[in-house]
Design a protein around this ligand. Structure first.
Ligand SMILES: O=C(O)CCC(=O)c1ccccc1C(=O)O
Ligand SMILES: [Mg+2]
Length: 376
């Protein structure tokens, strides 16, 4: 198993209610053809005996985002330990805890999933739909889609900036926009959202993501005032921990509610049973891998909650893998996957163009055929 650190800068800071993201640092994970052998990567040399000229047959990405995943140093330590284990990547995967180090597990699970899908000459979404669905006792899913609807992501900015970003996104073909809110007083967010609604008209789906910024009375007030704007949903109106408050809020309003951060603070079972959500944001990097994310999406769907697959502003390898997860979910709602444009640079060209508000799911094999060969 090979681990290569990387860092990519954002084109401009993504301001949310919690922070301003300016750069993403992570690790590429490569597994080789001989990684399945028990003797590879053994000893205390950190896997230095691997032939560095042999191309990786599977690639993964671990890009931690504190708040959603472990820290960068915890991710690095977990990956280093995983690459030293005597059992190779498959054994390492079994040892990685999706709750403790989800990004590290994501990196290894994705590399192994890519390798297995490439070996079987099928795309990662076909691999997920077949293997994960079967393991979750959900055989018989339809063929994965060859494209998925996506939302444009609009950061916190002035009403004018938000409106012109929204106009540009709609001109580019997006039919769904997600606007960050909660960093300012409610009146200012209302001005921004009204400016966006005016700019794009009534036919475009609008989402607002508060990233847990409001308290119970503030959220109640915000939803009452937002109701006339006909939002598709408000994401994480209350802090992650406050499932009870969110369930009560949802019962008191007609504005649909999505949960995101709450999935890191509560078990899937508790979130699904809480009655607090119409939609659930499913981030493969935060859930510990594309396999776990796909399973979570199917569970949510089974509980009548609409799964929305999103990135954590990942580099191209994890972003493309998330597109495959979305492609495997039948008739998936618009997803937050069109985040490549937020980066100033990337590890490789983007294999998923957005056409008419939909992202193409690569044919494979694996994540994107040979598009990432040589990166790790
Ligand atoms: O959903 C999207 O449109 C993009 C993803 C996104 O907003 C996001 C990206 C990184 C961390 C948190 C979030 C979030 O949804 O809150
Ligand atoms: Mg969110």
């Amino acid at each position: 198993m090979r681990i290569r650190p990387f860092s990519v800068a954002l084109a401009s800071p993504l301001r949310t209610a919690r922070e301003a993201l300016t750069e993403r640092e992570g690790f590429l994970v490569g597994v080789g053809a001989d990684d399945g052998d028990d003797d590879v990567g053994g000893g205390d040399t950190g896997g230095d005996d691997i032939d560095r000229d042999a191309p990786a047959t599977g690639i993964g990405e671990a890009t931690p985002l504190p708040g959603w995943t472990e820290s960068r140093s915890a991710c690095a330590a977990a990956l280093a330990e995983a690459s030293r284990g005597p059992g190779g990547p498959a054994a390492a995967l079994a040892d990685l805890d999706a709750g403790e180090t989800p990004a590290a597990r994501h990196g290894v699970a994705l590399a192994l999933g890519d390798a297995a899908a490439r070996e079987a000459d099928r795309s990662l979404s076909e691999h997920l739909a077949d293997r994960v669905a079967r393991d979750a006792d959900r055989a018989g899913l339809p063929e994965p889609a060859d494209s998925v609807p996506v939302n444009a992501t609009i950061g916190d900015g002035s009403p004018g900036a938000a409106a012109s970003d929204a106009e540009r996104a709609v001109a580019d073909g997006y039919r769904c926009l997600k606007v960050k809110v909660g960093a300012r007083p409610l009146e200012e967010d209302l001005d921004r959202l009204r400016a966006v609604r005016r700019a794009v008209g009534p036919a475009i789906d609008l989402r607002a993501d508060a990233n847990g910024a409001w308290d119970r009375s503030g959220a109640r007030r915000a939803l009452d005032r937002l109701a006339p704007l006909d939002l598709a949903y408000v994401e994480q109106p209350l802090p992650a921990a406050d499932l009870d408050g969110t369930a009560r809020l949802r019962a008191e309003t007609d504005v649909p509610i999505a949960l995101d951060e709450s999935l890191a603070a509560h078990s899937m079972a508790d979130v699904l049973a809480s009655g607090a959500a119409d939609a659930l944001v499913v981030k493969p990097m935060a859930l510990g891998g594309p396999d776990r994310a796909f399973e979570a999406a199917l569970r949510a769907r089974g509980a009548g909650i609409e799964p929305v697959i999103t990135t954590t502003i990942d580099a191209v390898v994890a972003r493309t893998a998330a597109v495959h997860v979305a492609g495997a979910v039948p008739d998936v709602a618009a997803c937050g996957l069109a985040t490549g444009g937020l980066l100033a640079e990337d590890l490789a060209p983007d294999p998923c163009p957005v056409v008419d508000g939909r992202m193409l799911v690569p044919d494979g094999p694996g994540i994107a055929g040979g598009a990432f060969d040589g990166l790790v």
